[in-house]
Design a protein around this ligand. Structure first.
Ligand SMILES: C[S@@+](CC[C@H](N)C(=O)[O-])C[C@H]1O[C@@H](n2cnc3c(N)ncnc32)[C@H](O)[C@@H]1O
Length: 329
């Protein structure tokens, strides 16, 4: 770890210099390593963090070597092994109830899609990850173009991985209005709509549509229709704040800890701060780190990071004490 760019001051208590003891029956200890931007390779930085400490990881690693000119890159043939070294560390530091969202897209090489995403998924499963779901980010504003053997790329994968089948999820937080479909479809219910009707194709996916009568909100699909970010001139691969926001709402509660190990321009940090979550951002490019600090201060709408977040895990407390001692010396 080369450098820590601290955005917040540690609150001190009288007897216990760097810790904040909460007013609860169990003594909780605050973490010194949160709400910071770390400059360095996320592999090295994550090794310093205690196990089972992160609630959500949302990230978008380099697109293999597609943007080498801008922030370096890894050759597609080596990409899966490179990323797997890091996902092993992410596994260690994610809480058992946590989620990892990996925004990724395979590059086209010599006229065909490379297989590094598939290889990464298979490798992660060997590491113990469950490949729970795949969301599609549909880029609404993708610009027109012509390619000899394919159409323009208008979507990216957001792969969801978990350590366990049961994980934290707040589906109500991302509900969407029923919209025009409800008005039209629910006004003309047929006899098959009021029972759990087996589909005509015998697919076994029957549904009782009348269950949704009178409701204003529905659960969303696994396709996110979001425009790409064009106004951020400091980074070429920024995702819209709405993307990490959506996953943060779905997989965390207030005060939880969100990590972006390939932070780029810090979009995940901005989203976390706006939603009253804590964050850790790691980025290996010093210029981007400086930009993240500025951005967090501007777009975080001067919201102070919640440094008083507390954790019950005694292993974390021990690690925290070690870190604090190290920082004092
Ligand atoms: C696709 S961009 C992330 C963009 C980000 N989602 C945003 O909204 O700005 C990937 C970033 O990872 C950084 N990076 C590459 N290798 C890294 C590493 N080993 N550790 C930390 N950051 C790294 C690159 O400098 C780049 O800024």
């Amino acid at each position: 770890m080369r450098n820590i760019l601290n955005l917040s001051k540690v609150k001190k208590t009288k007897g216990n210099k760097n810790f904040l003891i909460a007013e609860t029956i169990t003594p909780y200890v605050s973490l010194d390593f949160i709400n910071k931007v770390y400059e360095g390779d996320c592999l090295d930085v994550c090794k310093k963090f205690p196990e089972d400490s992160i609630d959500l990881i949302v990230t978008s690693p380099p697109y293999a070597d597609a943007r080498e000119w801008h922030y370096g890159g890894i050759h597609p043939n080596k990409f899966a092994d490179w990323l797997l070294e890091r996902t092993k560390e992410f596994y260690r530091i994610l809480k058992p109830t946590g989620t990892f969202i990996l925004n990724i897209k395979e590059k086209v090489i010599n006229g065909e899609r490379h297989t590094y995403v598939i290889e990464t998924i298979l490798g992660m499963r060997k590491q113990g990850w469950l490949w729970t779901e795949e969301f599609i980010w549909h880029k609404k504003n993708c610009y027109p173009g012509k390619w000899p053997n394919r159409f323009r790329d208008a979507w990216e994968r957001c792969l969801q991985f978990n350590k366990n089948k049961k994980f934290k999820m707040f589906q109500e937080e991302v509900m969407v209005p029923m919209g025009g479909w409800a008005e039209k479809r629910l006004k003309s219910l047929g006899k098959n709509d009021v029972i759990r009707f087996e589909s005509r194709t015998n697919s076994k996916y029957g549904k009782n549509i009348s269950n949704w009568l009178g409701r204003e909100m529905a659960y969303p699909t696994n396709v996110l229709h979001l425009s790409t970010e064009c106004s951020n001139k400091n980074h070429s691969a920024v995702f819209p704040v709405a993307l990490p926001e959506w996953f943060i709402k779905l997989f965390t509660g207030k005060g939880d800890l969100v990590l972006d190990p390939f932070a780029g321009s810090g979009t995940t940090g901005v989203a976390a701060l706006l939603l009253d979550r804590n964050y850790i951002l790691i980025e290996n490019n010093p210029e981007f780190c400086k930009y993240i600090i500025e951005r967090i201060q501007n777009e975080g709408r001067n919201k102070k990071p919640d440094q008083e977040r507390i954790f019950r895990n005694s292993k974390i407390s021990a690690q925290c004490a070690k870190e604090a001692k190290h920082q004092q010396s």
